[in-house]
Design a protein around this ligand. Structure first.
Ligand SMILES: NC(=O)c1ccc[n+]([C@@H]2O[C@H](COP(=O)([O-])OP(=O)(O)OC[C@H]3O[C@@H](n4cnc5c(N)ncnc54)[C@H](O)[C@@H]3O)[C@@H](O)[C@H]2O)c1
Ligand SMILES: [Zn+2]
Length: 488
């Protein structure tokens, strides 16, 4: 593999991330500051600054970068965490970009200020707050000139294969570099995209995988919920067969929740389980569907009826892909973000409908926390079904004309009404819940001709049923969702 260089402002967490990934994927790791100290016979970085000035330090840094890069190449590639100014020098940047892939760690300024003030002693340029702010300003355009940045990394180990989840920008062009962390170039892969995401992003992802040395085949599936069925799963299986994938090869899903659920299921069942990578390209999938390991497909009568738990090795959410997402789909994703806010982060409501990397990561964090605690939905994970029991029934009753997120918005308000009926919430609660969804542009009005009563039979087919009761996740206050068995 090519070396992976992790770069970013002082305090952004480069060493922490580099070490974590190296440990997880059993790869060689080097921290450039440590290498510089070692090469200078044990002088600390502040000591080098003191005696040789920044210029002397940068010279040492360039020579350590060059030596470490060469050493890692001999080891067949590894992870190198850089110092915060290591690539200011053109020669250094050229080495990193020619022999490896550079990922910026894009930590928000406020967080950097906090972290750096806690450890100023070991960071000469960051010693004083004002100086540090100036330094960030002076380097802003330099940092912005790197096309790939990671805003947040989550790690979930929920029983089967653990998942590393990345939220950032410009990540698609480097999917190949991510894949090399886990897979060797002898392994083959099938890239599954739907007919919308394939023309938009298929070539970028395929090119990146080919550049990283992988043998890639493509499988294009129809777009949309209406074909989230066994015949599309068959299409994917056939593409695996044609590409000659074995159990040690891998699949990549490039698309929304439908592509992810189908590809993940096809991978789960291929030779009793093959690894896969999920690249969510809808907001809904970024904040929700891509994470937690649920995969599957619909039966004509009931959504997601057949499935398997099978976590992707990587979830790589590149928020740049949201620029092409139709407005209506974006709103569907916002419905899940409102859901997450209602479950455990009410303050998130005040930053929606913003969709920058930090907001996407914050919404996703709610799901990550829940699936970490309860991977197999034995307890609190059921809270993520908020709005979904009624929502799924609306999707089916309208033949999917009402989209998933739109149905969840309506469903959540209906479920707030149920909470009122059960004396769990005050009278004005459903209106409040409606306002949270309306604020991000979603309607919460039941479609013409439908009532909660007319949806009962469909709801009775729900997976959450046991005997005559269905386990509902009912919203009762911002940040408070209760699991309540309700007899319909
Ligand atoms: N596995 C889980 O835990 C989980 C959780 C929530 C939802 N889901 C499932 O997710 C599905 C809904 O996901 P979805 O809303 O992403 O649907 P989707 O996959 O159908 O995507 C919506 C539409 O957007 C298009 N699209 C995707 N990315 C695009 C982009 N960047 N630019 C332009 N167009 C793009 C798609 O082609 C499609 O037409 C449902 O089937 C639901 O059951 C699964
Ligand atoms: Zn959902």
């Amino acid at each position: 593999m090519k070396n992976v260089f992790i770069y970013g402002a002082p305090g952004s967490g480069k060493t922490t991330l580099g070490k974590k990934l190296a440990k997880r994927f059993l790869l060689p790791f080097a921290d450039l500051d440590y290498e510089i100290t070692y090469a200078s016979g044990g002088k600390s970085i502040p000591e080098i600054f003191e005696s040789e000035g920044e210029e002397g330090f940068r010279k040492r840094e360039l020579s350590s970068l060059s030596a470490t890069n060469a050493r890692m190449q001999q080891l067949n590639g590894g992870i190198i965490s850089l110092g915060g100014g290591a690539l200011l020098n053109d020669q250094a940047r050229n080495i990193a970009e020619t022999f490896g892939t550079v990922f910026m760690v894009d930590t928000p300024k406020e967080e950097l200020m906090k972290r750096v003030s806690r450890q100023s002693g070991s960071r000469p340029l960051a010693a004083e707050k004002e100086r540090f702010e100036k330094l960030l300003e002076s380097r802003a355009s330099h940092y912005a000139s790197f096309p790939s940045s990671i805003n947040t990394h989550f790690y979930i180990d929920s029983g089967d294969e653990p998942s590393d989840i990345f939220v950032g920008k410009g990540l698609l062009r480097n999917i190949g570099a991510f894949a090399t962390l886990r897979f060797s170039q002898r392994q083959r892969c099938v890239l599954v995209a739907d007919e919308n995401t394939n023309p938009l992003y298929g070539d970028t992802v395929e090119k990146s995988l080919i550049n990283a040395g992988f043998d890639v085949s493509r499988c294009v599936i129809p777009a949309g919920e209406a074909t989230k069925d066994i015949s599309t799963v068959s299409t994917i299986w056939n593409s695996f067969l044609k590409a000659g994938l074995g159990r040690n090869d891998f699949a990549i899903a490039l698309g929304g929740g439908v592509t992810g659920d189908l590809t993940g299921f096809a991978a789960a069942t291929w030779m009793r389980g093959m690894s896969w990578i999920n690249i969510p390209t809808t907001l809904l999938s970024m904040v929700d569907a891509s994470t937690g390991g649920k995969t599957g497909f619909d039966l004509p009568e009931a959504k997601n009826m057949v499935g398997a738990f099978h976590s992707p090795v990587f979830v790589i959410a590149d928020i740049d892909t949201l620029t092409t997402l139709p407005e209506r789909e974006l709103k569907c994703g916002l419905a899940e973000s409102v859901k997450h806010a209602l479950i455990s982060d009410p303050e998130l409501l005040s930053v929606l409908p913003n969709c920058d990397a930090s907001t996407v990561a914050r919404s996703l964090a709610v799901k990550v926390k829940i699936v970490t605690e309860d991977a197999r939905e034995k307890g609190c994970r059921a809270k993520l079904n908020l709005g979904h029991t009624v929502g799924h029934a609306i999707e089916i009753a309208t033949n999917f004309k009402i989209k998933h997120g739109e149905a969840v918005a309506i469903g959540t308000v209906e479920e707030a009404r149920m909470a009122v009926k059960l004396n769990l919430a005050p009278e004005n609660w459903p209106d409040k819940v409606a306002s949270y969804f309306n604020n991000v542009g979603l309607s919460t009005t039941m479609p013409d001709g439908l009532t909660i009563e007319s949806l009962t039979d469909t709801m009775k087919l729900d997976k959450k049923r046991s005997g005559e009761t269905i386990a509902f996740a009912l919203p009762v206050a911002p940040g408070d969702v209760r699991l309540v068995p309700v007899k319909l």
